[in-house]
Design a protein around this ligand. Structure first.
Ligand code: HEM
Length: 457
């Protein structure tokens, strides 16, 4: 066993143990991994789960999350499961790399995410949102909001990180990312149960073709930029110019492809999902939607949106934050212990798998009043001060915290500030969309909405 009780009296408080039937768990992971999470994670600090003799630990309590992800970050790596699920596409890029290789890459791109640099991205964000708005005005058909938001954020990520499409076929890239994500439940289930890679599963051939396509098209883009010898001051340039502080070596093309793919996928899908869930919640809470419109009108004075307005939309930002509380786009963080350490009265041995179930923490009634209620006022500064810092962690915590958090928040606020004053979105069905876990928290079925011109009453 990798996990042992350290001090019995400490460990028994807030510690639950669950034994899951392997067959049932396997089926639940394939159907929707969200339904495979043990229900105890919504009310206990630590949940020790055993499946067919394999133990893992869910860390659900903010101080213990801090202890694990921040204080003991050096004792953890991303782990076997993350490597198996993400490694084939993202290689050893910033999201999946470890140790010195990770540090070098993080330092190389850090300046690209400083506040001043982000402000320079706002015109591209507003332009892409305006294009979406114009597209929606032209149609009288239901819109697949998840897909529409992906198109918008994809446009923004390639414009800001790569200075434009440079020959990338947006539609094909988006399909390839979906094809890759589709069978990830199988990859995850196989990793949890230690099944060998050669056991077949549906969608594998298509996922492999998708990876090949993505890596090849991004590789061409790198080759073109190298050959042109022009500089744009974007992410691609930063990667081309990066030097390993220990060896002085530059990144090889395959390492640059790892990172570009990482930034393209991590940098557009999550924000798009956060926005799709926000638009769903606003369509169900028209009075809050009106407050957002009032804030936007008060700042812009009814004129066009300017980059300088975006920082002033504090309520709109709170709406996006609250939507990510209820529907965190990356709902579970995984880690594996590489150096034994103690946590909440348990001794964690090498190899222990840890899960931080962000969505469960965000809906824990010991941390949140009426956690199921959509209430953006929770994110106004006075309310934030009363909570533990790690009661809310849509962007993760510790050294591996999302590098794009400020980028994503600014982008989401700018997009909402363009769309909401112009259009009213109404779902085509009364049924609430069901969230499903495919690494990210996606609506299980397309989230269909009709767009009509917004008219103030
Ligand atoms: C609402 C949008 C977003 C959410 C919810 C989100 C969430 C996360 C989370 C939870 C992590 C940590 C994963 C872990 O600890 O295992 C992460 C890491 C990361 N994110 Fe984001 N992200 C978002 C947007 C972005 C954007 C816009 C970019 C890039 C432009 C980005 C790039 C990355 C990268 C490169 C990492 C790895 C960082 C490292 O390990 O050093 N993300 N993200």
């Amino acid at each position: 066993m990798n996990i042992a009780l350290d001090h019995a009296e400490l460990a028994t408080e807030g510690l639950a143990e669950t034994r899951q039937s392997p067959l049932r768990l396997f089926a639940a992971i394939l159907r929707n991994p969200l339904t495979a999470l043990p229900p105890e994670i919504f009310r206990e600090r630590l949940v020790l789960s055993s499946v067919a003799g394999r133990q893992s630990l869910y860390v659900c309590d903010p101080p213990l999350i801090q202890e694990a992800l921040v204080k003991n970050a050096a004792c953890l790596d991303k782990g076997e499961i993350a490597r198996k699920v993400l490694g084939p596409a993202l290689g050893d890029g910033l999201l999946t790399a470890e140790g010195a290789h990770w540090r070098w890459q993080r330092q190389s791109v850090a300046t690209g995410f400083q506040h001043e640099k982000l402000l320079g991205f706002l015109p591209a964000m507003i332009k892409a949102a305006e294009a979406t708005c114009a597209r929606w005005r032209m149609t009288s058909k239901p819109l697949d909001i998840g897909h529409e938001m992906m198109r918008t954020t994809f446009e923004i990520i390639v414009e800001t990180m790569l200075s434009g499409h440079a020959g990338l076929d947006v539609g094909k890239v988006e399909r390839a990312i979906s094809d890759y994500l589709e069978p990830t439940s199988f990859v995850f289930a196989y990793s949890v149960f230690g099944l060998p890679n050669w056991v077949p599963y549906p969608g594998r051939a298509r996922a492999r073709a998708a990876i090949a396509y993505l890596r090849e098209s991004i590789g061409e883009l790198v080759a073109v930029r190298r050959a042109a010898d022009t500089r744009h001051g974007d992410l691609l340039d930063m990667l081309l110019e990066a030097r390993d502080p220990e060896t002085g070596r530059a990144m090889q093309d395959s390492e640059i492809v790892d990172n570009l793919l990482t930034f393209i996928t991590a940098g557009h899908e999550t924000t798009a999902l956060g926005l799709a869930w926000t638009l769903h919640l606003l369509s169900a809470h028209r009075e809050i939607e009106q407050q957002v419109r009032d804030e936007i009108a008060a700042v812009t004075q009814g004129g066009p949106l300017a980059p300088s307005h975006v920082a002033q939309f504090s309520f709109t930002k709170a709406v996006f934050q609250e939507a990510m509380r209820l529907y965190p786009p990356a709902p579970v963080i995984t880690r594996q212990v590489v150096k034994p350490f103690r946590l909440g009265g348990l001794s964690l041995g090498e190899g222990t798998v840890l899960y931080v179930p962000i969505q469960a923490v965000h809906r824990d009634q010991r941390l949140w009043d009426e956690p199921e209620r959509f209430d953006p006022r929770r994110f106004l500064p006075e309310a934030v001060r009363t909570r533990h810092r790690y009661a809310y962690l849509p962007f993760g915590a510790g050294p591996r915290i999302c590098i794009g958090s400020a980028f994503a928040t600014m982008e989401a606020v700018a997009i909402l500030a363009v769309l909401l004053p112009a259009l009213k979105l109404s779902p085509t069905s009364d049924a609430a969309p069901e969230p499903s876990l495919k690494i990210t928290l996606r609506p299980r079925r397309p989230m269909l909405m009709m767009a009509e011109q917004f008219k103030a009453t």
